[in-house]
Design a protein around this ligand. Structure first.
Ligand code: OXD
Ligand code: MN
Length: 589
């Protein structure tokens, strides 16, 4: 076995562990990644030579490449994702569980000799800004060059990680092998007590870019509970007023419900002078500051965004973010290296090759791009990237917004009465399922705080942790719920969404700053007629807003019964405060 790539790091804990994994997996080579531009160029060349990446038309798409994944491997696999705690109860009823010793034995059996004939890449990465006490180091061992090139976009790879770690041993040990991309041998296993992850049999981002869902959500949520902070499936944005005052909000929506769009919102003409700055589009790590406020960092360095539906109306900043140095996965392509997807600005070109490599034309009756096709783009490309994204102390959060994809029942926006009620609102988020995970699309499932697939421990204990966080905060963020996806009887969206969501955001920020007026209702505080700025939204009348805001007690009584479905499951660990909040809601209805 020869070592190629950069020299091994001086950290003995890393080299010893890597040797152990190499002894098990028996790669032909070990490649120590340093994150340098030369390394990127060499690995990209290799990926192109081996057919892993295909260069796009470099005049139109500078630095961009195309990757097609195995059609059996296009989304997160929640049924094959495991939390391996010593006690099953600690993983809770919403996670798959397996005994850590048994799972390790099983996976080590699978990993034995699995890298023969392959190169083993060692990827040190830092989640969070360099120098931040909140940042964490991981080392991912992988046999996929696609993973290496994606990790260097999604995280701070190489030197910043090694510098942050120093001689220490406190890093996440992640092992990934594609094996033969076989769903029969696909496992995404987390070992919270050992700070380790093993992912086999997949090459899809959410399963294999271990810094993202595995470390920054499942394991980090586990650490956060122990250490008094929060790892959440939330975007972070800063709203800057024309006077230059910035207010930061974090928002949790289930996968593929528009977090990236909201994080990159461009205010409409009416809000001239207002700016939205993106801190993060998917994950927030939030910790109480010495001032009693909740401070947040984005642990990531790039965007792994859903492509279909992204265009210059829905998200101009995402279009700019993916315009260069981006890896596109499973979109459709043309012979001359252009890309296309459903919901792009232009109609499809006459001749197209779909995400599975088959000829495609309009009327084929199939999607040209996979509904969960993705762009992996560096955050630096975003013209509205908040400079604070690199601030080690993060940004102070004034509001937390929950939301789901709901065609009925849930109004456009309401504010919880207080933190505890807000925890109930977050705990009962429901959403229609999307293509981001394998399984049926469009069914309502309870997705508390949008964390159902990402909470690394018992969800009942997670609610307890949320409730306890209140005690660590002098000025807790205000908590809101939004629903951009409500439809009328004809199936039309009631709210225009996208940039117009600025109107909702403005009301939210006004509420946080003691300005915005609201009416008390049984759900919480809602904007009344005239509380909402509708100027410059032709055709959208106060009546329409009332329709989007309307809720019926009957529908809500049914909704509360559906809340119970998840609560029954969690009963043994459900905090009494949640039950009391439910009773209060029922009483108000
Ligand atoms: C994601 C997801 O990719 O939530 O961010 O699935
Ligand atoms: Mn996500």
């Amino acid at each position: 076995m020869s070592a190629i790539g950069e020299n091994p790091p001086t950290n003995k804990s890393i080299t010893t562990w890597v040797q152990e994994v190499a002894d098990l997996t028996q790669p032909d080579n070990i490649f120590w990644c340093d994150g340098s531009p030369e390394e990127k160029a060499n690995l990209t060349e290799l990926a192109v030579e081996t057919g892993v990446l295909r260069p796009l038309n470099q005049d139109k798409w500078p630095g961009c490449y195309y990757h097609r994944s195995n059609p059996n491997d296009v989304a997160r696999v929640e049924n094959l994702t495991f939390i391996c705690t010593e006690q099953e109860e600690d993983a809770g009823p919403t996670n798959n569980w397996m005994d850590p010793v048994a799972m390790r034995a099983k996976l080590e059996g699978i990993l034995k000799g699995c890298m023969k004939g392959r190169t083993m890449y060692v990827v040190p990465y830092l989640m969070g800004p360099p120098g931040s006490p909140m940042s964490r180091v991981g080392v991912e061992i992988t046999d996929s060059v696609y993973v290496v090139l994606s990790m260097r976009i999604m995280a701070r790879m190489g030197r910043p990680a090694l510098e942050h770690l120093g001689d220490g041993d406190n890093f996440n040990r992640g092992i990934h092998s594609m094996l033969d991309i076989n769903p029969e041998r696909r496992y995404i296993a987390h070992f919270p007590q050992e700070n380790a992850i093993i992912s086999v049999g997949s090459n899809y981002g959410g399963n294999v870019l271990l810094g993202k869902k595995c470390l920054a959500l499942r394991l980090a949520s586990f650490w956060g509970r122990k250490e008094g902070w929060m790892a959440e499936h939330m975007l972070i944005l800063g709203l800057e007023s024309p006077e230059g005052k910035k207010t930061y909000v974090a928002a949790a929506f289930p996968s593929a419900c528009g977090k990236t769009n909201f994080a990159m919102l461009i205010p409409p003409e009416r809000f001239k002078g207002w700016k939205v700055w993106t801190v993060g589009d998917d994950i927030a790590w939030m910790s109480p500051g010495t001032d009693g406020r909740l401070w947040a960092i984005n642990p990531e360095a790039g965007y792994f965004g859903v492509v279909p539906g992204t265009n210059n109306h829905s998200n101009p900043n995402a279009m700019k973010s993916l315009a260069r140095d981006t890896v596109f996965t499973n979109v459709a392509i043309t012979d001359d290296g252009d890309v296309w997807w459903e919901g792009k600005d232009n109609p499809p070109p006459a001749k197209l090759t779909d995400w599975q490599g088959k000829p495609w034309k309009l009327g084929s009756g199939t999607k040209a791009a996979h509904p969960n096709s993705r762009f992996t783009a560096p955050m630096e490309n975003n013209p509205m990237l908040a400079p604070e994204v690199n601030d080690p102390q993060g940004v102070p959060i004034s509001a937390i917004i929950f939301g789901g994809r709901r065609s009925t029942t849930i109004p456009l926006v309401y504010q919880s009465f207080n933190w505890l009620h807000g925890v109930y609102v977050g705990a009962t988020v429901g959403s229609e399922t999307t293509a981001a995970a394998t399984g049926a699309v469009g069914q309502i499932r309870r997705d508390p705080m949008a964390m159902l697939p990402f909470c690394g421990y018992n969800m009942g204990d997670y609610f307890v942790h949320w409730i306890r966080m209140r005690k660590l905060l002098k000025t807790p963020p205000r908590i809101f719920h939004v629903n951009w996806f409500r439809k009328d009887d004809e199936g039309n969206f009631l709210w225009p969404g996208f940039g117009e969501n600025m109107r909702v955001l403005k009301w939210i920020v006004d509420r946080c700053e003691g300005r915005g007026h609201a009416n008390e209702t049984s759900l919480g505080w809602v904007p009344g007629p005239g509380d909402f700025d509708l100027e410059g939204l032709p055709g959208f009348t106060e009546e329409k807003l009332a329709q989007a805001q309307h809720f019926s007690d009957d529908e809500w009584r049914r909704e509360v019964l559906q809340h119970d479905e998840l609560f029954f499951k969690l009963y043994g660990h459900l905090p009494k405060e949640i039950i009391f909040q439910r009773e209060l809601l029922v009483a108000r209805l």
